[in-house]
Design a protein around this ligand. Structure first.
Ligand SMILES: Cc1cc2nc3c(=O)[nH]c(=O)nc-3n(C[C@H](O)[C@H](O)[C@H](O)COP(=O)(O)OP(=O)(O)OC[C@H]3O[C@@H](n4cnc5c(N)ncnc54)[C@H](O)[C@@H]3O)c2cc1C
Length: 328
């Protein structure tokens, strides 16, 4: 990888090479902007780690996340986008009077990147349960998504699902049509406070979904990455349960990758996601943050729809806003 030129100021620097960042790169590159995209791990983001994406428009038989993202990566390169991967951005400097038209991003190896505009596309991480060794079951038995691929793996079996929000409710309804039984485990006393009424009604009407309130997973048993049993505690009854279950679904929220924004003046919501538009400050454009000419898109954005297509759409949309920013 080439070192970053400290004297160059890019039209746009994109932090994160998931679907949102890659879409920005493709549209910005194809429209003649000078672009640098950085990612701390690899291109593709969460989508790249998805075994199969079944709901992305235009791929009726599905496509592996990595194949989809690799096409986008090649497309961005074709349009002359520069990439710095792996390179972690650790800070976004508030411009001083002397460099008021230029942002500086600090990269973990102490390199600095100059930018006229910045697109934050650093995504989010799905929350894990605090259970030792849970990562050894990920990819085979512990799932953070419920698509036809996961449903096929557990067709006709009993599954456990943890979560009380709408994404958990949607997954429970879908899985119930594919598996013999869904154990829906929630910490609260009922679902009504966190899940939309229509989903609560649908779930309670499904004969093969059993809702266990005030319940928490306490342990996972298995070998060689294959789950054999899930243990949970029903706190209200002081009862410990062990069930032979091979698939556990977790829908307990996501944490944004926004630590690197501390001290930057970019406003975040109470959960750490980046505020944009009118929620961020007065007179802001739709994907603009509280800092002028700094934009946020995809899963890192407060209120985002956590889907590949939504991230890609915002990547296309933000480039129009970047043009407006550069023209000022
Ligand atoms: C298992 C799984 C399956 C999924 N399946 C589907 C599906 O079938 N259909 C669907 O529509 N959606 C699916 N999703 C959701 C979808 O993947 C996400 O909504 C989408 O990837 C969000 O894109 P993004 O670019 O906003 O963020 P991300 O994909 O999270 O990418 C963010 C990138 O930013 C990088 N980054 C973070 N911090 C920094 C930093 N400080 N410096 C540099 N780089 C940084 C990360 O390394 C990452 O590559 C799935 C998600 C998961 C986890």
């Amino acid at each position: 990888m080439r070192p970053i030129d400290p004297n160059r100021v890019y039209d746009v620097v994109i932090v994160g090479a998931g679907p949102a960042g890659l879409a920005t790169a493709v549209y910005a590159g194809s429209e003649g902007l000078s672009v640098l995209m950085l990612d701390r791990r690899a291109f593709g983001g969460q989508a790249g780690a998805s075994a199969r994406i079944e709901n992305y428009l235009g791929f009726p038989t599905g496509i592996t996340g990595m194949a989809l993202m690799a096409r986008a990566y090649n497309q961005a390169q074709k349009f002359g986008v520069e990439m710095a991967i792996p390179d972690e951005v650790i800070g976004l400097d508030v411009p001083t009077r002397s460099d008021k038209d230029c942002f500086f991003l600090t990269v973990s190896n102490n390199e600095r990147v100059g930018a006229r505009s910045v697109v934050i596309a650093s995504g989010a991480r799905y929350r894990r349960l605090p259970i030792a060794g849970i990562e050894s079951f990920e990819g085979t038995s512990v799932h953070y998504w419920a698509s036809p691929l996961e449903a096929k793996l557990c067709a006709g079996q009993e599954v456990a699902l943890v979560g009380a929000g709408n994404s958990a409710g949607q997954a429970a309804v879908y899985l119930a049509s594919q598996v013999s039984k869904v154990w829906l485990l929630i910490r609260a006393r009922d679902l009504a406070a966190t899940m939309s009424r229509y989903l609560v009604d649908r779930i309670t009407g499904l004969p093969n979904v059993e809702i266990l309130t005030q319940t928490a997973v306490t342990d996972l048993e298995g070998r060689d990455g294959v789950l054999e049993a899930v243990r949970w505690r029903r706190h209200a009854r002081e009862e410990d349960v062990r069930r032979p279950i091979q698939h556990l679904f977790l829908f307990i929220g996501a944490d944004p990758n926004t630590d690197w924004l501390s001290g930057s003046g970019v406003a975040l919501d109470s959960r750490g996601f980046v505020l944009t538009g009118a929620d961020a400050a007065a007179n802001r454009r739709p994907l603009e943050t509280s800092r002028r000419d700094v934009f946020a898109i995809g899963d890192v954005r407060s209120g985002s729809i956590k889907r590949v297509a939504a991230a890609v759409g915002e990547g296309a949309q933000v480039v129009a806003a970047v043009h407006t920013a550069l023209a000022r």
